[in-house]
Design a protein around this ligand. Structure first.
Ligand SMILES: [Zn+2]
Length: 387
């Protein structure tokens, strides 16, 4: 009886609600997840000058530092919604997505956003909730770490040596010659990834392909452009690093091959991921302002070793050279897909791998043996691409 009496006497709880704003909630998430990649968006998004009543701040915290939370949300939220993030303003993902990303360390950074989107101090949100995140839309695959076709390895060291050349040089003999030749075969494979994507996927955007190859010549992962920020190199890196959470760098002595010069975004990403022992090669040079960015940190393969070519000896076609004449300068990545000649040339890189791998070879020396093993591996791997 005494308890009931006391309850009756108690004053009603004040109706004042705790103010929850985006900045405050984001700061709380950062305190709870120190050093983690965090991203959030509002549901519903709000328009005009006010936030709708009962808006929820949906957030996501990446468990893998190499795959930013904002990338997950940009893929999961179907409309062009603003994503709040703690990524650095010069992060690779910002390159093409800046109009959608608000950097919480410096919200004023996003010039395209209206004031109410930049400064959320007066907004009151109803609650914060974990975002419903779907899997990243990665046009790429990690294929596992099994040993590759080059017994004893050495592809990484040869790649370093070749990439450091200031001009074309004669290949060495024996094993060195075989390793150098393998670099050209892997470049063919990067082009052939695009050809497979044409027929085995509905995800192909621009005609760019990329592969990551281990020191022993295994194609560890492949990726192709699937539009948006999902360039070939991005899909390649996302495929690799989602399979390797916690690993911030590419494997030692591994080599990246891209069919086109890595652009500003991809060059930034590759620079973050590469270690001292990694090399990057590209096939065709992209003369576009954003496109040529990676030329400073990667090597045009045809400039440092024999040109990557297709067709029988008597009528060889230099792949990048032919693409240059067929596809006008600037925005090359977008234009290959519009040219029938360029597309059939891309297909011929896949055919070339088949032609070379089915050739009868006298496996009487190291060069021939390595050549056969590398081509067989490339053929089988590229053949299996379907996504
Ligand atoms: Zn790119």
């Amino acid at each position: 009886m005494l308890c009931a009496f006391r309850r009756l006497k108690r004053r009603p709880a004040p109706t004042r609600r705790t103010k929850m704003d985006v900045k405050g909630e984001f700061a709380r998430l950062e305190r709870e997840n120190p050093g983690k990649s965090i991203a959030a968006y509002l549901e519903p998004p709000g328009s005009g000058t006010a936030l709708p009543a009962n808006a929820v701040l949906n957030y996501y915290v990446s468990t893998n530092d190499s795959v930013p939370a904002a990338a997950h949300l940009l893929d999961s939220v179907v409309d062009k919604r603003v994503v709040y993030t703690n990524l650095a303003t010069d992060h690779w993902l910002t390159t093409y997505m800046s109009s959608q990303l608000v950097h919480m360390g410096n919200p004023g950074e996003c010039k395209d956003l209206r004031k109410w989107q930049r400064d959320s101090a007066d907004w009151v949100i109803a609650r914060t909730a974990l975002a419903p995140v779907t899997a990243l839309r990665i046009a790429g695959r990690f294929l596992g770490d099994a040993p590759g076709p080059i017994g004893g390895g050495g592809l990484g060291a040869m790649a370093k040596k070749v990439a450091a050349r200031s001009a074309l040089a004669d290949a060495g003999g024996g094993r060195d010659k075989a390793l150098e030749r393998a670099l050209r075969y892997y470049t063919l494979a990067a082009y052939a990834v695009i050809s497979r994507a044409r027929y085995k996927s509905t995800m192909l955007g621009n005609y760019v392909g990329a592969i990551l190859v281990s020191d022993s010549g295994r194609i560890l992962a492949w990726g192709f452009n699937s539009s948006g920020f999902h360039h070939a190199e991005v899909n390649l890196m996302l495929a690799y690093f989602t399979a390797k959470p916690g690993e911030p760098k590419l494997p030692a002595n591994s080599v990246v091959f891209s069919s086109l010069t890595p652009c500003q975004q991809c060059a930034k990403l590759l620079e973050t991921a590469r270690g001292e022992s990694n090399s990057i090669f590209y096939g065709q040079f992209d003369s576009g302002d954003f496109g040529k960015a990676g030329a400073a940190t990667s090597a045009k393969i045809d400039a440092v070793t024999k040109p990557v070519s297709v067709g029988p000896k008597a009528s060889r076609t230099f792949v990048a050279g032919k693409l240059d004449t067929e596809v006008a300068k600037k925005n090359i990545a977008a234009k290959i897909g519009e040219s029938e000649v360029a597309k059939s040339l891309i297909d011929s890189t896949f055919d070339e791998i088949g032609r070379r791998s089915s050739k009868d070879r006298k496996l009487d020396d190291e060069v021939q043996t390595m050549k056969a093993a590398v081509l067989k591996h490339i053929k089988e791997t590229v053949d299996a691409i379907a996504i």
